[in-house]
Structures are given as structure tokens and as C-alpha cells.
Design a protein around this ligand. Structure first.
Ligand code: ZN
Ligand code: ZN
Length: 348
């Protein structure tokens, strides 16, 4: 834990007092050194908090407003932003790789040297300064430690089902991985009325979560084959790889039925490659696709998720935990790496 300097909010920025920040797989890639990123870097991009100060041009927020952070402000001008896909924004991904905000600044320093931002955010801190566009209004009725999960895992996992797969009611589903994102893929499948959902996950505590979230079966990788033979012998209409490693993607693709769709949701380590038999695509006519941040503008998708939460169709509470104070962030990372049943959440 270090005390760093934060620049004052610019005209279009807000200062947010962070209340809860989830540990995401993306943070873990950075911790494990699987991606090349500049350091020192403040990680954390899945958070909720309370606005404390607003810049002079900010019109949608006032001090005291509770917000969920999005990590996709988008430049608004590149072809992807214009097509309504801010999470695919090229300048955004360049900034994420460089550890900065979209405009190339970080607004954070330590003893005069630049401190970089994880996923264009850097929220694992008591305060963060972000642009108005990524501080999305939350309202007053959802606990902030639950709301944090909306900022990445929920938008990503539910969005994979609703906006990337555009899944229909009655579909059959395989979900590979029941970590934070996988648990929201499971809930997305439940939301749209999937018929049979099979989850494969090595950690027993996460398999129990999967069953609570509507999976018909939640099995270890060794048990998958006999389970599929029994429940979905032809494979599933939709499969989701919530892990993103080559082996898990190939596992999901393998259990996709002919003509079905396999969606890669999780992110791989840098340099990962897939080796695929082309017969999967011609003879068996499978579709292999992927999604970034739920394939929808977070400012559009979040209000929809909030409606589902308020109507009791989307659970947040059971997915939170364990929680840690900021000075035990290392324990939060360890718990996440070990496969905690719920999302490790830091409460600054
Ligand atoms: Zn994330
Ligand atoms: Zn853009």
C-alpha cells in the first residue's frame, strides 16, 4: 500500500470514493505476469463508490451519487465506437496496453514518477478520478459491495448470453468455468430461459454455486464426458468459455453441437494460440465467436442489469465474498487465485 498523488478532476471528470472493488481475472493476469504492462500500476477496474467531486462540465452526476465504474469510456470517434461497440474501441485497447487513460494520461504519480492504470481505471484505491462517462449512476437501493460486480463480471457474463450469443429460450448450454464471469453466464442463461445447462468447473465450491444458479449439472472436467453423454449427447446449442485458455476454449468448442455457437468470454494469457480441426467449421458447421465486456455499451447494458437485479432475476449477494480491507488486497488476490466460491471483493 502506497500513498500516491491524484490529479484534480478535469472539467469532464469526477472524483469517486471507492467503496468496493472486485478482483477480476484480468487483474490476476497482471499479477501473474502473463501480460506485459508498465509498472507501477494501480490494478482494479470492477468497482462501485460514491462521487465526491465533479468537474465544471459534468452534468449527469453530483457529489453523493452512487456509481458503478465501467472500464470502457470509448473514444466516441473510431469505427467501433460509432458502431456502438465501445469495448472494441481501438484507442481504448491501446490505452489499456499502455496502462493509461484513452487520452494517454494517467493522472497518478508517486514521487514525481508516473503511476499506471490497470484496464484504464486503477480503482483498487481509496479514490479514483475518472471521466464522467464511465461513472454510471446506480441509484440508492443496491449495496455497493454487490454493485461492484456489475462493473465487469456481470456486464461481461450476462452480456455474453444476451448480446453476444443472443441466446433464445429453450436452448441447451455448456458453461466452462464458474468463477466470477462464469457465474454470470449461468445467470444469463437462466434469465433467457435456457433448458438444460451443464457447467464444468474444477473447484467444488464453485460447482455448488453453479447448481444454485440454475445449472442442471455441475461437474469436474473428468466427469464432463459421461455427464454430456447422459444429458446432452449431441452437444449444446451454445457453449461459453468463461476461462479463456486454449484448452478450455477447445473443450467448449468440442461440446458445441453441429451448427451450434461457441462463445469465448474469458481472456487468455498473451501469446496463446488455438489449434482447431477445420472440420469443426465445415463438416460440423459450428460457429466460434467471442465477446468483449458483454458486446454492448455498458451505459446501455447496466440499466438493463439493474432492472433484472431489482426484479429478483439476477442475484448479486450470493456471488460476493470473501471480502477484504484494502490493506489485505494481497489476500484477496490469493483467495481469487485459489478459486474462492464467490468474487473476492476489496472494501477500501
Ligand atoms: Zn474485469
Ligand atoms: Zn473508439
Amino acid at each position: 500500500m502506497r500513498e500516491i498523488e491524484l490529479d484534480e478532476p478535469r472539467d469532464d471528470e469526477v472524483l469517486v470514493r471507492m467503496s468496493a472493488v472486485g478482483i477480476c481475472g484480468t487483474d490476476l493476469h497482471n499479477v501473474k505476469g502473463e501480460w506485459q504492462r508498465p509498472t507501477p500500476m494501480v490494478l482494479g477496474h470492477e468497482g462501485a463508490g460514491v462521487v465526491e467531486e465533479v468537474g465544471s462540465a459534468v452534468s449527469t452526476l453530483r457529489p453523493g451519487d452512487r456509481v458503478v465504474l465501467s472500464w470502457a469510456p470509448s473514444c466516441g470517434e473510431c469505427p467501433d465506437c460509432r458502431r456502438g461497440r465501445p469495448a472494441a474501441c481501438v484507442p481504448l485497447h491501446r490505452a489499456i496496453g499502455a496502462g493509461t487513460l484513452v487520452d494517454g494520461r494517467t493522472g497518478m504519480s508517486l514521487d514525481g514518477a508516473t503511476v499506471y492504470r490497470g484496464t484504464a481505471t486503477g480503482a483498487l484505491a481509496e479514490h479514483v478520478v475518472v471521466t464522467e462517462r464511465v461513472a454510471l449512476p446506480l441509484g440508492d437501493d443496491i449495496p455497493l459491495e454487490q454493485a461492484a460486480l456489475l462493473g465487469c463480471a456481470a456486464l461481461t457474463g450476462v452480456g455474453a448470453v444476451l448480446f453476444a450469443a443472443r441466446m433464445r429460450a429453450g436452448a441447451t448450454v455448456v458453461v466452462v468455468g464458474a468463477g466470477g464471469v462464469g457465474q454470470f453466464v449461468l445467470q444469463g442463461a437462466r434469465l433467457v430461459g435456457a433448458r438444460t445447462v451443464v457447467c464444468v468447473e474444477p473447484a467444488e465450491s464453485r460447482r455448488e454455486q453453479a447448481l444454485r444458479l440454475g445449472a442442471a449439472a455441475a461437474v469436474s472436467p473428468e466427469e464432463l464426458k459421461p455427464t454430456m453423454r447422459e444429458l446432452l449427447p449431441d452437444g449444446a446449442d451454445y457453449t461459453f468459455d468463461a476461462v479463456g485458455e486454449p484448452e478450455t476454449t477447445l473443450l467448449a468448442l468440442r461440446w458445441t453441437r453441429s451448427g451450434g455457437t461457441c462463445v469465448v468470454v474469458g481472456l487468455p494469457a498473451a501469446g496463446a494460440r488455438l489449434e482447431i480441426d477445420p472440420a469443426e467449421f465445415n463438416r460440423r458447421e459450428k460457429w466460434l465467436t467471442g465477446t468483449m465486456y458483454g458486446s454492448e455499451d455498458p451505459a446501455v447494458a447496466l440499466p438493463l442489469l439493474l432492472e433484472h437485479v431489482r426484479a429478483g432475476r439476477l442475484d448479486l449477494g450470493p456471488l460476493v465474498g470473501p471480502t477484504f480491507p484494502l490493506d489485505r488486497v494481497g489476500d484477496a488476490v490469493e483467495a481469487s487465485l485459489a478459486g474462492s466460491p464467490g468474487r473476492g471483493v476489496v472494501l477500501p
